[in-house]
Design a protein around this ligand. Structure first.
Ligand code: NAD
Ligand code: ZN
Length: 244
């Protein structure tokens, strides 16, 4: 792929940047995106039917086990060249905010510093009643572990469908989107709100939109640059082209 290097390079070298990433960025690490078909044990469930407060109320053990399975999958993977390219960008520009919808923690593992986790982190567990974080829990396979303080059920510290995002993270993300001059949307289908609205918040303030995705999304017609392909290939290529 050839980039319109002159224009984009000049912009990237001199601008405040923000980037929103989604499950696509972790796909090359071996983690499935939400909209990929699930396999094996979980093939019969839609993620939307497991990642909700209603699902947890209906069958907490099922939801706990699904997250335990995903937690193990995350432990087994490592960041890919796309994550590392974002670390490089952060080192090279004075203003860079990385906003992620991913719960896998791979951006921080790669070395990104300024990361906003909009949907929480799958490695953290907290009480569903009193919200107290839990550092350890018994892995009794019969039942969902409970909170040491109040006896409530423990749950993953992630944002489920229908739940509010952590307010501090969302406010900081909106601020970064409004303040940036170039906004990247990378490996996200752009259909989960309110994260999807960040690109529009940036654009309404005049930011240039750069989208990196395998396939076009609802955002693509609004993008000033659509870089089609794998983020683990496109982003390192972009870093080389712009910063050498
Ligand atoms: P999504 O599954 O809706 O969309 C993934 C997007 O990535 C698609 O547009 C797809 O075309 C693109 N894509 C796939 N592989 C790619 C690659 N190698 N390079 C570039 N693009 C690629 O994911 P979403 O938009 O993040 O929204 C789904 C929700 O699922 C989020 O709320 C997120 O929290 C959650 N989720 C997180 C993880 C994770 O933490 N790794 C995994 C699955 C789902
Ligand atoms: Zn509790």
């Amino acid at each position: 792929m050839t980039f319109p290097v002159d224009l984009l390079a000049l912009l990237l070298r001199t601008s405040k940047l923000a980037a929103l990433t989604g499950a696509g960025v972790s796909q090359e690490s071996g983690l499935r995106t939400f909209r990929d078909a699930q396999n094996g044990l979980w093939a019969q469930y839609r993620p939307e039917d497991l990642a909700s407060p209603q699902a947890f109320a209906r069958d907490p053990k099922l939801v706990w086990d699904w997250y335990a399975w995903r937690r193990e999958a995350v432990k087994a993977v490592r960041p890919n060249p796309g994550h590392y390219a974002l670390v490089e960008i952060e080192k090279r520009v004075p203003y860079f905010t990385l906003i992620t919808q991913n719960v896998d923690g791979l951006h921080r593992m790669a070395g990104s510093q300024n990361v906003l986790e909009l949907h929480g982190n799958i490695q953290r567990v907290r009480c569903a009643e009193c919200a107290l974080p839990a550092e350890t829990w018994g892995d009794d396979t019969e039942s969902v572990p409970t909170c040491a303080a109040c006896g409530g059920l423990l749950r993953p510290d992630v944002v489920w469908f229908g739940e509010a995002l952590p307010r501090d993270q969302l406010e900081a993300a909106v601020e970064a989107a409004r303040a940036c001059q170039v906004f990247f949307s990378i490996g996200t289908s752009g259909v989960v709100q309110p994260a999807a609205s960040l690109a529009y918040a940036a654009r309404n303030r005049g930011a240039v939109l750069v989208e990196v995705n395998l396939d076009p999304t609802p955002l693509t017609p609004k993008a000033d640059f659509f870089l089609q392909g794998k983020s683990g290939e496109i982003l390192p290529e972009l870093v080389r082209a712009v910063w050498g």
